[in-house]
Design a protein around this ligand. Structure first.
Ligand SMILES: C[S@@+](CC[C@H](N)C(=O)[O-])C[C@H]1O[C@@H](n2cnc3c(N)ncnc32)[C@H](O)[C@@H]1O
Length: 523
């Protein structure tokens, strides 16, 4: 079951040459992809590793990404560099430093813009202090606001507790290339400036810190078994969550079992604990308890993983004594994933894909408390790997925050198709859009209330839909705020839904998404 595939300099050299040819042809994304694949195949501390990093340094130099160029020069030097090869690295470094010092471009930091609009909850620093959790028979746990909220307000910026980069041979949405584009630990792309795992062929990290954290957390269990694990389909994430949870409990299966029993008896949410120090092991355990206690009303049958666990050197003894518990835990992880986890989309560095690309999946303890409405009052966007919750329609004091689980909501989908998509979640949606049969945007039945505003909104919508229209992140930020203000001013409950507001909502989402992008792109 463990993988027999070993690193090979011969394969690495072949891939490096392919990358070099792509670089010469100006195909930068393809070039770095091949260099990264080549790094994964190269045997550690060898001449070829030095050459690949040197090639990658040259590629970043061509792109005028000077900090990455310098980083790759250093990585090349770290690979037992022979003195005769130092000269070319020295020359590149000199050129790079010269241009770096003259470079006037500033890289925008998305977190200068994406900030909570209200003071943070002192115990939950990633959530605005105006939000509270409640529970009732109809909605179960849900989140309300104790202040009126405006369109564009940012309510939460949450990192995923569980996360995984997906590269699924059976799902076109998640290309195999993802493993060479995103850090396996933090999921950031780092402009593909990644380092390989020293053992396996398919895991990369954006820094030695992420590499160490991943090894402590899940990679020590996964490293030799990736071929098997990558073929477990939708069980890949529950297995990852099990490894991660076990490491949080200091690799003690007894401790993890105890934690699950506590979670079941206390049913905690993130509001039960102080979550202000994520480096504190007790905080992390409490966070895990909240994840284990997420909604889970689905029936699941666990696949048979007996052979994997029996032969795994680090897991066989836990399997021997706690087989039933491990099965129960995996089942729980699958149940909570179905109802709670979110796809993570990142910017696409591939010039052939102008859209955001699917990176993987994440589990978020706070965002999972939001219930669904087909005319939600917040939108969710992923910035780097954090989930940002932004107000989409004005929300009154005391009202519930509603997310939309199915994308595109009532604007583009009929009630029937929405209800079909929501079947897994085990409730019948009776939001305003379902109760009052809100017309879809495309049918023409959605009327306008204000002709002047409609004209403005239609024009903005058409412009943003034009693939040739490119906005810088700064321009997108300004427009996102401008449209939010207009919507806040013009929104009338008795007019909703009207065509102009729906079009402006779509423009605002698009602008917030574009505002989160970097201004660097690969040719
Ligand atoms: C992501 S969880 C939301 C939080 C959940 N209410 C809880 O108590 O943990 C999804 C589950 O919440 C419930 N839910 C979500 N939206 C709902 C709605 N509009 N009406 C009733 N139940 C809803 C369903 O049971 C669904 O499977």
């Amino acid at each position: 079951m463990s993988s027999e595939i070993v690193k090979s300099n011969k394969i690495a050299e072949k891939l490096r040459k392919q990358g070099f040819d792509s670089m010469q042809n100006g195909e930068i994304y393809e070039a770095i992809l091949k260099f990264n694949e080549s790094l994964c195949n190269a045997e550690s501390d060898t001449k070829i590793m030095r050459t690949i990093y040197a090639n990658r340094a040259e590629t970043y130099f061509k792109l005028k990404i000077y900090d990455k160029c310098l980083n790759n020069i250093q990585l090349a030097r770290d690979q037992n560099c022979l003195p005769d090869k130092m000269k070319s690295l020295d020359d590149l470094q000199e050129k790079c430093l010269e241009e770096f010092n003259e470079d006037q471009t500033t890289n925008e930091n998305p977190w200068d813009f994406f900030k909570l609009s209200y003071p943070a909850n002192k115990r939950l620093p990633f959530v605005a202090d105006c939000l509270e959790v409640k529970c009732d028979n109809k909605y179960g746990r849900h989140v309300i606001t104790n202040k009126p909220l405006k369109v564009g307000d940012i309510l939460a910026i949450e990192e995923p507790f569980f996360k995984i980069v997906k590269s699924d041979p059976e799902d076109n949405e998640y290309p195999m290339a993802n493993i060479y584009v995103y850090c396996a630990y933090c999921l950031n792309d780092n402009l593909m400036d990644l380092i390989p795992c020293t053992e396996c062929l398919t895991t990369m990290f954006c820094s030695t810190r992420c590499q160490q954290e991943a090894n402590k957390s899940f990679h020590k269990y996964e490293c030799n078994y990736l071929e098997f694990l990558n073929n477990t389909g939708n069980w890949r994430m529950p297995l990852r969550n099990f490894f991660h949870s076990l490491s949080i409990c200091d690799d003690s299966i007894e401790e993890l079992e105890k934690l699950m029993i506590e979670s079941d008896s206390e049913s905690p949410t993130v509001y039960n604990y102080a979550m202000d120090d994520q480096r504190d092991p007790d905080t992390v355990k409490n966070h895990l308890k909240c994840m284990i206690g997420l909604a889970r009303r689905v029936v699941v049958t666990v696949r048979n993983f007996s052979e994997f666990f029996t032969h795994h050197p680090l897991l066989s003894s836990a399997w021997c004594t706690h087989q039933e518990f491990i099965k129960k835990f995996l089942k729980r992880m699958m149940q909570i994933e179905i109802l709670n986890f979110h796809g993570i989309k990142g910017r696409s560095l591939d010039r052939n894909n102008p859209y955001r690309s699917s990176v993987g999946d994440g589990g978020y303890a706070f965002c999972s408390l939001l219930n669904h409405s087909c005319c939600s009052n917040v939108m969710r966007i992923v910035v780097e790997n954090r989930m940002v919750v932004i107000v989409e329609r004005p929300i009154k004091k005391g009202e519930q925050i509603f997310d939309c689980y199915i994308g595109d909501s009532f604007y583009f989908k009929t009630k029937n198709s929405r209800h079909m998509e929501l079947m897994d979640y085990q409730f019948i949606c009776d939001c305003e859009a379902c109760t009052y049969d809100f017309p879809e945007l495309l049918t023409g039945a959605l009327q306008a209330c204000d002709k002047t505003l409609l004209h403005y909104a239609q024009q903005a919508y058409n412009e943003l839909r034009n693939p040739k229209k490119k906005l810088t992140p700064m321009e997108a930020r300004e427009l996102a705020l401008k449209y939010s203000k207009i919507m806040q001013r013009c929104y009338r409950e008795n007019n909703y839904p009207c065509r102009e507001i729906v079009l402006l909502e779509l423009c605002t989402v698009k602008c917030f998404l574009m505002a989160s992008k970097s201004n660097i792109s690969f040719p």
